[in-house]
Ligand binder design. Structure first.
Ligand code: FPP
Length: 263
């Protein structure tokens, strides 16, 4: 990318960024990265070619997010269902791609002051992948910019199951269930995303109007932005355009807007 614009943004990105209200950027953006397979199919390539290009889009988007100082970026990489239901040759490739991605990209993540984080049942992933993840966490652990969370072997329903089990385990260690009082704050704290605020904006690429078991609790009030662009074609400019759409929305959290409140 040519970095001729603002804060290292490309010229095209700068044009979109200048139209944004920089005081009202979303703090936490979640992305359902979809369409790698379709991208490859349209080009008569194997699906894995789409995943490979998808990893390039991850790099582009995280750099743009870091440049405009988005504090939290959460990416849905592999669901519990992806790992169970896809052919082994594809899931093996995805695991190898992740291992390679982490090794190659850690220096770039450090240059951009990005700290990595993972959510999901990551203990079920192959040992070699877990070892690389632990290494990448350690290598980026001191960075203070964007926190990039990658959801791996993630499902929102399994997250809720794990959350309730963790609440029960803590309660039984602390004298039993009779004093247990569950409230929303306790549930939020025991989710994998315990220390993160809820996303303000969720982006889904490739046109499907679904949440696909992603952050179901945390997305309760998020603005949803769906684009037809397939993930391998999605870049920093598309990311900024999604933020532009977000800024056109009015967030009410179940309340009233200004004019209705005084009517
Ligand atoms: C969805 O496309 C994508 C995936 C299941 C894998 C996501 C992986 C990447 C974006 C690349 C690697 C990620 C990291 C973090 C290095 P799909 O295969 O479901 O596409 P389709 O719906 O068109 O078949």
């Amino acid at each position: 990318m040519q970095n001729t614009g603002l804060a290292g943004l490309s010229r095209k990105e700068s044009e979109v960024f200048l139209r944004l209200d920089s005081g009202r950027l979303p703090k936490h953006i979640a992305i359902i990265m979809d369409g790698n397979g379709r991208w490859a199919k349209r080009r008569h390539l194997p699906r894995i070619a789409g995943h490979r290009r998808g990893a390039d889009s991850v790099r582009d988007v995280v750099q743009t997010a870091a440049r405009i100082k988005i504090p939290w970026l959460t990416l849905f990489a592999f669901s519990v269902e992806n790992l169970k239901r896809r052919p082994k040759v594809e899931t093996d490739f995805l695991m190898a791609l992740l291992r390679r991605y982490l090794k190659q990209e850690v220096p770039m993540l450090n240059d951009f002051n990005v700290r990595l984080n993972f959510i999901g049942r990551t203990h079920e992933l192959p040992q070699t992948v877990q070892a690389r993840m632990a290494w990448a966490l350690e290598q980026t652990g001191k960075n203070t910019g964007t926190l990039m969370t990658i959801a791996l072997n993630y499902g929102a329903r399994t997250e809720l199951v794990d959350c309730f089990q963790s609440i029960l385990a803590t309660a039984s260690r602390n004298g039993g269930l009779s004093h247990l009082e569950i409230d929303e704050e306790m549930i939020a704290r025991n989710l994998y995303t315990g220390s993160l605020p809820d996303p303000d904006l969720v982006i889904r690429t490739s046109g499907e109007m679904r949440l696909s078991n992603f952050l179901l609790w945390q997305l309760a009030y998020a603005e949803i932005y769906v684009t037809q662009t397939l993930w391998p074609d999605f870049d920093g400019t598309h990311f900024l355009e999604a933020i532009g759409e977000y800024q056109k929305r009015e967030r009410r959290y179940g309340g009233l807007n200004e004019s209705s409140a005084h009517a």
